[in-house]
Design a protein around this ligand. Structure first.
Ligand code: ARG
Length: 566
């Protein structure tokens, strides 16, 4: 497909340049694949040429047709439809396309990122809190973006920037010393930490001394008091132990767990630098960077009492990452609710004179609500990821139990399908769209869902398992329309990968996987692959194998498991 596009672009380009020497637009970028194949296999909208040629698009289309008809190999017919020029390709052409795909090593991947490092800051939960559906977006999107970048040749650094520093840990230490113990947190895990934190909040409302104690405790922690550090370390350990189980289920890996605390001793330098560059001003006791010129509220760097903030740590972290990873881009995947924070601190980094400030990219996603209401741990309006996975896996297990009694590792497949359903659900909408969590949708295995993709993948595997004998070539075979449609769908993979990468948009891959499944299932239902013979059989098996490859890679990119059998 790619080759014929270039041919068309070259011939059309020559024709237009013959009339208008200055014309230098990239015609291959204008070519489209009509979704309705009765409109041709490739279409060229001629509207963009009307200014240069001073003519109406339908007339231009007709003139181009007259000029290039018969000049293109593999093109059966060219038709004019309004301002469009539609190209119909020879069926045998798709035979060649399939061969080309099968001969391409790691089809779909690219080298666009070679030699470049991309840091991806994602998931990054605040420790001592339970992992809930609100964290699913950043974890699934970040994981997918990491896979996508690697697939395109980048070196990636997955960073889990744990929220492990701040005044709340002073509170937690006070609460721990008063009402808990090492045994209790060992036994109850994060649950215990959440409980004592809630208790602290309630009691500190009645007794303000507790807040003073908490402030003092955090100050002690900041000054690296050994006892306090050990307690805090324990909180971290307990939290991570639980998070790791979730990451394992999701198949998400990080290269660094340097969280906010890691930058504790790296902020002074930033503060000194800001001051030296004349950016810090004192406002009502706090040190801020004025951003009014950029129509943003000031970035607060130091509070009245000298305490540092989220932004202070993020600035220090960006500088540290640039110095240590020399990133080409540093991506931050968080909910859109943090957009202002990122815009402010990116601006501060720019004002500090760092040219690479433009390489810091916030990747926001829509907020999630549950039952139409804001997620809030405090009021209990949250769904814990443990519970969600539990339900999904149990449901998958039940269905598998009913359907496929022979399957060997039922639990493993149920896990792949249950988690796959949830991940796919989280990635299939445009990233920025707000979502409302609905149990039935997240657990749905029918229609356009993750399990449908996994099931189709298993179907391709099953066909190939049943095909015995040695594989031969399929020269001269002329594909049927379902086959042409499937070859086209498979051939779109590289374009989709690059589009998803460019817009940091996993949903492009999720939707593509659905389209590919639809094309495969139509082919599978209308044509009896295994009963065919000769070149037809060979072509069909090759097409099934290439579909399986691409579908498998799409699942990998989305962070879902491949299921050979369901
Ligand atoms: N811990 C933060 C939260 O849970 C997310 C951190 C995002 N990354 C960053 N570098 N600020 O909201």
């Amino acid at each position: 497909m790619i080759k014929i596009k270039q041919q068309i672009a070259a011939v059309v380009g020559d024709y237009i340049k013959g009339l208008q020497a200055e014309f230098n637009e990239d015609i291959s970028a204008l070519l489209e694949y009509p979704s309705d194949s009765s409109l041709g296999d490739i279409a060229l909208p001629c509207f963009r040429f009307s200014r240069a040629l001073r003519q109406a698009p339908p007339k231009i289309a007709a003139d181009i047709k007259a000029a290039i008809d018969g000049k293109l190999d593999g093109v059966k017919e060219i038709a004019v439809a309004g301002g469009y020029l539609n190209f119909f390709l020879n069926e045998s052409y798709f035979n060649e396309v399939l061969k080309g795909i099968a001969a391409t090593e790691n089809f779909g991947s690219s080298k666009v990122g070679e030699g470049k490092v991309v840091c991806i800051d994602f998931s990054s939960p605040n420790i001592a809190k339970r992992f809930h559906v609100g964290h699913l977006g950043t974890t699934a999107i970040g994981g997918c973006l990491k896979n996508l970048h690697e697939f395109c040749g980048y070196e990636t650094v997955g960073i889990n920037y744990l929220g492990d520093w701040g005044t709340q840990f002073g509170k937690l230490i006070v609460a721990y010393k008063k009402w808990s113990s090492e045994e209790r947190i060992n036994e109850r895990g994060i649950e215990e930490l959440v409980d004592i934190y809630v208790r602290f909040s309630a009691e500190s409302e009645k007794d303000d001394n507790l807040n003073d104690e908490a402030r003092a405790a955090f100050a002690k922690l900041e000054s690296m008091d050994e006892e306090y550090l050990a307690i805090w370390q324990k909180f971290k350990e307990i939290s991570l132990r639980e998070y790791m189980k979730t990451y394992e289920l999701l198949g998400v890996k990080f290269d660094s767990f340097n969280g906010e605390s890691f930058y504790n001793d790296k902020m002074q330098r930033v503060i000194d630098e800001l001051r030296a560059k004349g950016l810090l001003i004192v406002d009502d006791g706090a040190s801020i960077v004025d951003l009014s010129e950029y129509k943003m509220p000031p970035a607060i760097i130091l509070k009245k009492d000298g305490a540092t903030l989220y932004a202070t740590r993020d600035i220090a972290a960006a500088i540290w990452r640039k110095e240590n990873y020399n990133f080409h881009k540093c991506l931050y995947v968080t909910s859109a609710g943090q957009s202002l924070h990122f815009a402010q601190y990116f601006k501060v980094v720019e004002l500090m004179g760092y040219a690479w400030a433009g390489d810091l990219v916030h990747i926001p996603y829509g907020t999630m609500s549950v039952g139409g209401e804001k997620l809030a741990s405090r009021t209990g309006n949250v769904i814990l990821l443990d519970d969600l996975f539990g339900e999904a896996i149990a449901k998958a297990e039940k269905i598998i139990e009913e359907k496929n009694t022979e399957l060997k590792d039922k639990r493993k497949t149920a896990e792949a399908v249950g988690v796959g359903a949830i991940v796919f659900n989280a990635l299939s909408n445009s990233r920025i769209k707000d979502t409302n969590f609905v149990w039935e949708d997240a657990l749905s295995f029918d229609g356009n869902t993750g399990p449908y993709v996994q099931y189709t993948y298993a179907r391709t595997s099953s066909v190939l398992r049943k095909a015995v004998g040695e594989r031969k070539g399929f020269d001269g075979y002329e594909p049927l329309k379902e086959e042409v449609a499937l070859v086209k769908a498979v051939s779109e993979f590289p374009t989709k990968v690059l589009a998803a990468l460019k817009d940091y948009e996993p949903s492009v891959i999720a939707r593509y996987a659905l389209d590919l499944c639809a094309a495969f299932n139509l082919f599978y239902h209308n044509i009896n692959i295994l009963k065919s013979e000769g070149a037809a059989l060979e072509f069909r098996l090759c097409l099934t194998a290439q579909t399986r490859e691409v579908l498998g890679k799409a699942l990998d990119l989305l962070g879902m498991k491949r299921t050979e059998e369901i």
